[in-house]
Design a protein around this ligand. Structure first.
Ligand code: GAP
Length: 509
């Protein structure tokens, strides 16, 4: 997708009240965004869809809402104080700061794009006769690209796993990776940068102590593991889910709401018996992919990607990547976190965090498989995938936001054809009856065609139009967003129609 298209997505989000740059009257605050009058509903609907699938549909998963602040030792135990770093590098000419790993990843991506371009060219040339496997193993240029990608990936992986910062710098120099702003390869050394925001609690300097804004919601779950297990009489395997804000002092904040400094996560920690982590890791990988697909977005927009470098707590980890406007990038992480967190909290707090298994009388520190998805990234995935410009018969165009209906900010729009002749009153009556069950909108300004276009751009699945015939025979027109088909139904049947069409079980089952 072109940069042009991405710009359109960002301006559509602003124009229609989905997302605003934070503090924009002061020229904005970088990598912080506010959700507007329509965005807040799309966001809440995504949360609700996730929460229901986790907490309501799983008998053994419960939810909590823990505080953003926690005891500062939390971050020592979790490893975030020592190891939650990104490798940063500065370009001496442009004075711009980058993540060294991102520079290398982008470089690899460029070579991959060249290879894909070459493949597409040959596919077009030879059509159905084209044999991709033979081409990749014999064509000189394809072989050159493939070898270059493999070599770079393995060198990069090794450098990351050994925390070898000078090797990261070497990879950048050896491949003559340049700064996109200055075009120069005049780089500083690579340094580690801790991503946690620090603040203080207490009135005076002497009595105050350092606090951190949580960089992940997961630690609030670990800190409450014993509370929930005991008070909820939970038996392993069981999960604890949570939705909440997280904060990271990202070095390079870019790509709109993809990488923010304040964002929201939807996380679930699944506590299991040691030794069963492989089974549950596979289970949650499959389960989470099914959740994504249940929303009806085409499957080829998602793929699994195994981590090049495992986080300090993990023995296996992968991402579900989504085809964002700027390519495939991480949408959700699935991590087998071993007992790293619980056993460290046990050590640093000197409290026993063990589970007594009544089935085999064993006592152990549970292992954890985690699913962690960024709510804002999910929003961007849905929003960017749904925004479509459609050619209509007669040559005109319409912009339509084909959001999965279950997530749409408004489920329907009530539109009296004209304001006079009692149509407004009739339409208002319908609105008042429906609004207790559905979030809807009412509009009586402008010609009906313009109003349809506006609802299309907002992603409203149904427009209900009230005309003169409605007053005579109590029927209305229902227009469906995607097909633009219209049907006449009895006023008394609108509620049933909407309930049926928007029933969550149509999606989640
Ligand atoms: N508890 C594990 C954890 O936090 P992560 O891969 O660092 O793992 C999980 O983050 C998810 O949070 C990511 O897949 C992404 O969707 C989201 N996320 C992470 N950093 C983000 C940022 N700066 N802005 C928006 N979303 C972010």
């Amino acid at each position: 997708m072109s940069e042009e298209k991405f710009k359109k997505i960002i301006s559509h989000a602003k124009e229609y009240g989905f997302i605003f740059q934070s503090s924009d009257i002061y020229d904005g605050l970088s990598a912080v965004y506010d959700y507007g009058q329509n965005g807040v509903h799309l966001k809440n609907n995504i949360k609700d869809y996730w929460w229901k699938s986790m907490v309501q549909l799983n008998d053994n998963i419960v939810g909590i809402d823990s505080a953003i602040f926690s005891h500062p030792t939390t971050w020592k135990s979790s490893g975030h104080l020592d190891a939650f770093n990104d490798p940063l590098i500065d370009n001496k000419d442009s004075k711009k700061r980058y993540r060294a790993d991102n520079l290398i990843e982008d470089f690899i991506q460029k070579i991959e794009n060249k290879l894909i371009k070459e493949l597409n060219k040959q596919k077009k040339r030879f059509g159905v006769k084209f044999d991709e496997k033979t081409f990749l193993s014999t064509n000189e240029r394809a072989l050159k690209y493939t070898n270059q990608i493999d070599e770079l990936k393995s060198r990069f992986k090794k450098a990351l796993n050994n925390d070898n910062l000078s090797e990261l710098k070497n990879i950048i120099s050896d491949n003559n990776i340049i700064c996109p702003v200055s075009g120069s390869s005049n780089w500083t050394d690579v340094k580690q940068f801790n991503l946690m925001f620090k603040t203080q609690v207490g009135a005076s300097k002497e009595s105050s102590s350092d606090l951190y804004l949580r960089p992940e919601t997961a630690q609030g779950i670990f800190l409450n593991y014993l509370n929930v297990q005991k008070t909820g009489r939970m038996k392993i395997p069981f999960g604890i889910a949570q939705i909440g804000k997280a904060f990271r002092n990202e070095i390079v904040a870019r790509q709109f709401i993809f990488r923010m400094r304040e964002f929201e996560q939807m996380e679930m920690q699944f506590f299991i018996k040691p030794g069963e982590q492989k089974k549950w890791y596979e289970y949650w990988k499959e389960n989470r992919m099914k959740w994504h697909l249940s929303l009806g977005i085409k499957g080829d927009n998602y793929k699994f990607h195994d981590h090049e470098k495992l986080a300090h707590y993990a023995d296996a980890a992968c991402d579900i990547e989504f085809n964002f406007p700027f390519g495939f990038k991480e949408l959700e992480g699935i991590h087998s976190r071993t007992n790293f967190d619980l056993s460290n909290h046990e050590k640093f707090s000197s409290k026993q965090i063990k589970y007594f298994d009544p089935l085999d009388q064993s006592k152990y520190t549970p292992y954890v498989v985690e699913t962690s998805i960024g709510l804002d990234r999910m929003f961007l995935a849905i929003f960017s995938n749904s925004l479509i410009t459609e050619k209509l018969d007669g040559g005109s165009e319409r912009i339509v936001l084909k959001i999965p209906k279950i997530l749409a900010p408004n489920k329907c729009a009530i539109l009296p054809l004209v304001k006079k002749d009692g149509l407004s009153e009739y339409a208002n009556n319908i609105k008042d009856k429906l609004k207790i069950k559905f979030k809807l909108t009412y509009d009586e300004k402008d010609a009906i065609g313009r109003r349809y276009r506006r609802q299309d751009a907002l992603g409203t699945p149904y427009c209900i139009t009230i005309d003169h015939q409605s007053i005579e025979d109590n029927t209305v027109t229902v227009r469906e967003r995607d097909s633009m088909k219209q049907e006449r139904i009895k006023v008394d049947l609108i509620e049933e129609f909407l309930v049926k069409s928007l029933d969550i079980s149509n999606w989640l089952q």
